[in-house]
Design a protein around this ligand. Sequence first.
Ligand SMILES: C[S@@+](CC[C@H](N)C(=O)[O-])C[C@H]1O[C@@H](n2cnc3c(N)ncnc32)[C@H](O)[C@@H]1O
Length: 249
Amino acid sequence: MEDRKFIIKEQGEEIFYKENLKYYNLIKKVYDRFDGKDYTKSSMGAEYIFYNTLIKFILNNKPKFILELGSGYTTYLMGTLIQDYNLDTKLLSLENDKKWYDWIKKEKLDPLDSVVMSDLESWNKDGKVFVKYTYDYNLDEVDYIVLDGPGHFEHEFEVGECQVVTKTWPKDNRESHELNITESHTHTVKRGINYNYCEILKKQNKPVQCLIDGRHDTRKFYENMFTQNQWSKKYIRTQDSIFKAPEKN
Ligand SMILES: C[S@@+](CC[C@H](N)C(=O)[O-])C[C@H]1O[C@@H](n2cnc3c(N)ncnc32)[C@H](O)[C@@H]1O
């Protein structure tokens, strides 16, 4: 049924190659195992520029507790980096999908045994679906968040709720409309807003560094939150911002 292939995301390949050859080769080698295979046989991976930024941030800031939301190649990269540099950094990576959890363990992409299974909880507020991993960890300790999950998930909609549906892509040309739910049903949500970062920000009551992959709605939510709190948006890094304003670290 699924004929989509695993495609390597190449944005920023040159920079990654030039600045972090060792880790470029690490990712490339593991990508080669899945290149051209069926989409369901490999985790999706991130753009090269994302890995490069991740490495630079970790080596420059040496965070004490990295929380990763959505496991994958980034887990492998960060685990290897922490090991190589003997960093005093705890890595906790939350994954909700047993299939991807098993895949990561089987493919030996979790060198520090950081990946744990977590349930998800989702709710609808003002037409937007929020989602969080329910795994328990110390919210006060986290000083870096890598936000790339969850992927698609099932949410039970109640009668009378509404959902904001975005019809078009790419993002410059998006159009949203509201869909009123007339029958309760379970529906796959593709663009939920991850709430774990919000819990950390509320608990610590100060900005905490975060790197977000894609996830337009999640990013917008946090940009608004930062504006309301008069916090600098430099704490939230995304692939787009990486390209527009290259990392100074
Ligand atoms: C985009 S992936 C995480 C990517 C990770 N940061 C990386 O660089 O590999 C986010 C979530 O999507 C899910 N996922 C990953 N690959 C998938 C695939 N090929 N099909 C469906 N879901 C996938 C997993 O549950 C994962 O936690």
